[in-house]
Design a binder for this molecule. Structure first.
Ligand code: FAD
Length: 339
């Protein structure tokens, strides 16, 4: 077998929360053949398998009694280019942000608003990653995935992925699909999305009134660096809770006592609330219990100040969920995947 399987491997370097747990078995797959070899190796020994990418959306609460298979396949290629639209395919193990930079460096627009999101290309469809008014579904063409139940390689188009807010068919069937590579339709004719958050304002502060996709990416990187802690310095998994979508009557009810409520009306008549705003109103911003805490500048981000366990961070998340339910009648759902 070409891939190497190690035992009792610390996962601390492989999750952005920096949680110290061990994988009973650990291996990296650099190709489809290595993926198949490793799955067969695990099946022959009746080991469960947990596939990971960059570990930036994981909350690990115990040692993983399984083969942790980290996707490390690399490769980016142009599949079609008619001068206006370019179809680009990237392997699952490609790190996301360098991939976005590669597309921008090659004159392709579409992914600029998703700059600086940690993780890998293969994990991006799992929760239909999104930021600054764009989700991958907006530029997604298709992906190739291995069905771990049947061993078949399957093609998914946009519709088959069932993308929704931080959700997809892959997330709804945990452990079934192993995403091998993903294709995006990017544009040589720039159509920018500048109306979300402070993007336009940041560009105009820089004196840029006719921005390129590269300018938008740079502005978003600078905003994100100010707002979000860098996992290399302070362990975190980005937004810890999804923004809850609630019935309009509940939003109106909360507004009676909290007139400044942040809410975005949805097409179906419901209202999307800002989870971070609710958590901040409830007084959790900057809270710390041992090494588990809520970030001082961003109430939506839970942080590990050093030695917090996954259980401690999960316990803190549950306390916040209970408090928000009692105060506002709103159920918060966790965004990271819990293992
Ligand atoms: C500082 C910070 C900021 C963030 N900002 C954003 C943001 O703006 N928007 C956003 O949407 N997310 C954000 N995230 C969350 C995270 O970066 C994304 O969800 C990212 O796509 C996770 O990629 P990963 O490779 O690290 O996945 P992992 O954390 O390794 O895995 C996540 C899930 O996907 C599964 N998985 C991983 N790879 C594969 C594969 N090839 N096939 C099948 N299953 C797989 C895993 O089993 C797990 O269930 C942020 C995280 C951090 C730390």
């Amino acid at each position: 077998m070409s891939a190497q399987v190690q035992s009792d491997v610390s996962l601390k370097p492989f999750n952005t929360f920096g949680i110290e747990v061990k994988a009973q078995h650990f291996a990296q797959a650099h190709s489809d053949d290595e993926v198949r070899e490793l799955l067969a190796h695990a099946a022959a020994r009746q080991w469960p398998v947990l596939v990971i990418g960059g570990g930036s959306n994981l909350l690990l609460t115990a040692d993983i009694q399984a083969l942790v298979l980290r996707m490390a396949s690399r490769g980016i290629r142009v599949v079609a280019d008619d001068g206006q639209q370019v179809i680009v395919e990237a392997e699952a193990g490609e790190p996301w942000h360098p991939f976005v930079q590669w597309t921008l460096d090659h004159g392709m627009a579409g992914l600029e608003n998703l700059s600086l999101i940690p993780g890998t290309v293969g994990a991006a469809p799992m929760q239909n990653i999104g930021a600054y008014g764009v989700e991958i579904k907006d530029v997604f063409v298709g992906l190739t995935a291995l069905d771990r139940q049947t061993g078949e390689v399957c093609e998914f188009d946009l519709q088959a992925c069932g993308f929704a807010y931080r959700d997809s068919v892959f997330k709804r069937s945990p452990g079934r699909w192993l995403i091998l590579r993903v294709r995006f339709a990017l544009s040589r004719v720039t159509q920018l999305h500048l109306d979300y958050g402070p993007v336009r304002q940041r560009l105009s502060e820089q004196g840029i009134d006719q921005p390129s996709a590269q300018d938008v990416s740079a502005a978003i990187c600078s905003i994100r660096r100010e707002k979000l802690p860098d996992p290399a310095e302070l362990g975190n998994a980005g937004s810890f809770f999804k923004n809850p979508v609630v019935p309009a009557v509940l939003a109106e009810h909360i507004r009676l006592t909290h007139p400044a409520l942040v809410g975005y009306p949805q097409a179906d008549g419901q209202v999307k609330l800002a989870a971070g705003w609710l958590i901040e109103q409830a007084g959790w911003k900057g809270y710390r219990d041992g090494d588990a805490g809520v970030h001082q500048k961003q109430a939506l981000v839970l942080v590990n100040y050093g030695q917090a366990s996954g259980g401690q961070l999960h316990g803190l998340a549950q306390k916040i969920q209970r408090d928000i339910l009692e105060r506002f009648g709103v159920a918060l759902e966790m965004e990271p995947n819990l293992y």
